[in-house]
Design a protein around this ligand. Structure first.
Ligand code: PLP
Ligand code: COI
Length: 357
């Protein structure tokens, strides 16, 4: 159990008045959680302090070699004013998997959860009240050694910041347009695709910018070896409904992030009685299904994006408009159920939510 020292701010910021204008990750709360790691001593000095910049030496390892990992979670306000988290132990465990791959010391699952809960408790007034808005939580760890040698650092900082946020895409629950990327790649077997490390995102920015220039919200990545199997979208896992079957890329090749929303969608859909198959999906298979009129629905899943219907997929010269560019019935049902559980409007039969008293 961590001994968290809390220092409260003496000059709290003004909370956002108009929650419809929150956007995603633009404004941050009054406090942050910080904990240090020193080789030989372990994680120490857990504290909640006023939100402030770090002062770092220009030769700090993270600036040069990107030894950094992060997580993404949300705190939700329910109708009876309870604040709750969604499956926080899954994020804590995933951060351990990322840490292992990046040679970063692991944070014990119970310490991670305690830190998140303590910070959200301090910031509970910052959790938005309006439908669809939540407090986005960003835990991250970075290497804090000073020096230019390429080695695992001996010092790290674990920090958690929070941002009251609305929809990730301006489109909200309206379908997004997605561009299938067949030149640049994001991951390959043996690399870091299955982790949530900053480097994965740095490598993805160029393709994302090019897609945006053409009016697409994000790219759909193909596998790095054959350029034909579907991996995931920039900030979401993907699901397709083809000829009545729900399919999603399997995690087996180690190239996609094991999304907590993905896992929850699979469990919910199976609970609703649908068959969901995790397997390799070739982009050509989707094109064929589209031409045969069997490509029924597509949607992305992620903490920030929740369930985001895909209204159009562009692959080369092929423009595939899915379900007439509208949200499909399975996507809508899943969105309603998942957000119902997260915002406490539906009973949580699975024990996924964790209340912060
Ligand atoms: N894939 C990538 C690359 C992501 O950044 C995210 C967002 O965290 C996801 C998938 C979805 O993961 P989760 O549902 O755990 O948020
Ligand atoms: C999340 O969904 O939590 C994410 O981390 C997405 C982020 C890359 C914007």
């Amino acid at each position: 159990m961590l001994d968290i020292k809390i220092t409260r701010t003496t000059c709290p910021k003004e909370k956002p008045q108009d929650e419809s204008k929150l956007g995603f990750g633009k404004k941050f709360t009054d406090h942050m959680f910080v904990m240090d790691y020193t080789e030989g001593e372990g994680w120490h000095d857990a504290r909640i302090v006023p939100y402030a910049p770090f002062q770092l030496d220009p030769a700090t390892v993270v600036f040069h070699y990107a030894q950094e990992i992060f997580e993404g979670m949300k705190a939700y306000r329910t109708a009876d004013d309870t604040i709750q988290l969604f499956r926080p132990e899954c994020n804590a465990k995933r951060m351990q998997d990322s840490a292992d791959r990046l040679c970063i010391p692991k944070i014990p699952v119970e310490d991670y959860i305690q830190a998140v809960e303590a910070l959200v408790d301090v910031e509970r007034d910052w959790v938005p009240h309006s439908d669809g808005a939540s407090l986005y939580i960003r835990p991250f760890v970075f290497a804090n050694d000073v020096g230019l040698g390429v080695h695992a650092s001996k010092h790290y900082i674990f920090c958690i910041i929070c941002a009251p946020s609305g929809a990730y895409y301006a489109e909200g629950i309206n379908p997004v347009r997605i561009y299938v990327e067949d030149e640049y790649i994001r991951a390959a077997p043996g690399l870091t695709g299955f982790t949530k490390c900053g480097g994965n995102y740095a490598a993805s920015i160029k393709a994302g910018e090019l897609a945006e220039e053409q009016g697409y919200a994000q790219v759909l990545w193909l596998d790095g070896v054959h350029r034909k199997y579907i991996d995931e979208v920039g900030a979401m896992n993907v699901f397709f409904v083809v000829d009545g079957e729900i399919i999603t890329p399997s995690l087996d090749r180690g190239c996609i992030l094991g999304g907590i929303t993905r896992k929850s969608c699979i469990e919910l859909l199976r609970h609703m009685g649908y068959k969901v198959t995790e397997r390799d999906i070739e982009i050509g298979e989707l094109v064929k299904a589209y031409d045969e009129g069997k490509f029924d629905e597509a949607f992305g899943s992620g903490t920030a994006a929740v369930i985001s219907p895909i209204g159009e997929l562009k692959y080369g010269d092929k423009h595939m408009t899915i379900n007439g560019g509208k949200i499909g019935p399975i996507s809508q049902k899943l969105y309603d159920t998942l957000t119902g559980i997260q915002w406490g409007k539906l009973p949580d039969e699975f024990g996924w939510t964790v209340k912060i008293d």
